[in-house]
Design a protein around this ligand. Sequence first.
Ligand code: FAD
Length: 471
Amino acid sequence: MGDKVLETSKTASLVDETAVAAFKNRLRGELTRPGEAGYDEARKMYNAMIDKRPAFIARCADAADVIAAVNFGREHDLLIAVRGGGHNGAGLGSCNDGLVIDLSLMKGIHVDQAAGTVRVEGGCTWGDVDHATYPFGLSVPTGFLSTTGVGGLTLGGGLGYLTRRYGLTIDSLLGIDIVLADGRCTTASADENEDLFWAVRGGGGNFGVVTSFLFQGRPVSTVYGGPMFWELEHAATVMRYWRDLILTGSEELNGWFGFHTVPPVDMFPKEYHLQKMAAITWCYTGDLEKAAQVFKPIREAAPVAMDFAGPIPIPALQSMFDGLYPPGLQWYWNADFFTDLSDEVINLHLRHAEQLPTVHSTIHLYPINGAAHRIGKNDTAWSYREANFAQVIVGVDPDPANNERMIRWSKDYWEALHPYSAGGAYVNMMMDEGQERVKAAYRDNYGRLAQVKAKYDPQNLFRVNQNIRPG
Ligand SMILES: Cc1cc2nc3c(=O)[nH]c(=O)nc-3n(C[C@H](O)[C@H](O)[C@H](O)COP(=O)(O)OP(=O)(O)OC[C@H]3O[C@@H](n4cnc5c(N)ncnc54)[C@H](O)[C@@H]3O)c2cc1C
């Protein structure tokens, strides 16, 4: 490798066919190229707004395949993208004309009952993890959908139902196996390559291909949770009540706030179909016997129109919305962190939420305090430890004809709220928004991230991500 940081890559058509054949032979997994059977299926991303055409898709079966793929990509100066679950809004799990290192065949999970830990291979989704851990009475803090990849979500931080109780997903991460830019496979943990372990906890896929993650499982099994809906006339009251509850209430209670259009499906009473409503989806991990008592004042804060909260296995809660958001929809993301939600901000929310442009479009506010605040802002790469809410505004629809309308709504909404934000956003909920926004996400951690990047990936081989430039 030279010293130059790679900003361009060779076109894939220049790669010698003998080298391609040798690479293919080395793989236990599959190599797929344009024009071959299965290519169009393999290149599809969760977000149908992204339409990339890689030259090579290497579906790796194990860490040895990943090493071969990284070496092949580097030796031929190819642009490299790494695909975990393929959910990324900006489509950073794929690239045009380069090599996609696709981990989706790497599905191994091992629960160590004695240690209460869970080893998860890089191609797993959170549904795979929930499936494997639930019978052992364990859960790894994850996100709000089960189809999201473990890889991208974890490396970016990880927000979910257990954030207030057990912190971000990275706060349960004990170690990783990673293939570096030079093709070496190494480990990182609190005791080994600590600089790398610091960086991957929030720094995304910038440092290598993580082939497996070791998590601390948490003793969570059946919780009291699910959504409650209110008519918009009560939204301001509910939002203020929820804000105060999140800022001052017990860490056993979590609930994310959203504005939604009620989908016309049987689960909801007909009179609410297509009505715009406010909702909170709860997750209470305390004593189930006390749950009715905990939720009594919530149910009395304003008249609840639809109430689906009750005892539920955590895997069911974490997959409850999978069906509403299948792969193949158009998605446009805008995000920011907030430390507070003033009444003025709440009024702005109401104004824009009333204009939700399509049935699937939505705005979510995720609590990120409690246990997540007990880690310092420089202790991991994830900087916004003092923020209380992560906001994401998503324009979503099956029909690309609606893109312009929903993108406009999402941008206008974001612009109105941004001046009140903490300044940066959660990297996993951003589009490809340029260096300034990446720096705003990491603040004073960016300099250290750039140094770690320079040590482990000096040529910026891994740059299809929210990119940290080697410094
Ligand atoms: C419907 C939906 C719901 C979501 N809900 C949540 C949520 O509740 N909480 C939350 O925190 N986030 C959530 N997200 C955001 C999610 O965390 C990001 O989209 C994340 O990037 C997805 O990870 P992935 O592995 O599926 O993505 P991919 O598109 O496969 O990858 C995303 C990025 O991560 C890198 N990457 C992935 N795996 C690896 C690996 N093993 N080694 C190195 N780099 C890797 C890729 O190179 C790429 O840059 C949601 C996204 C969607 C679409």
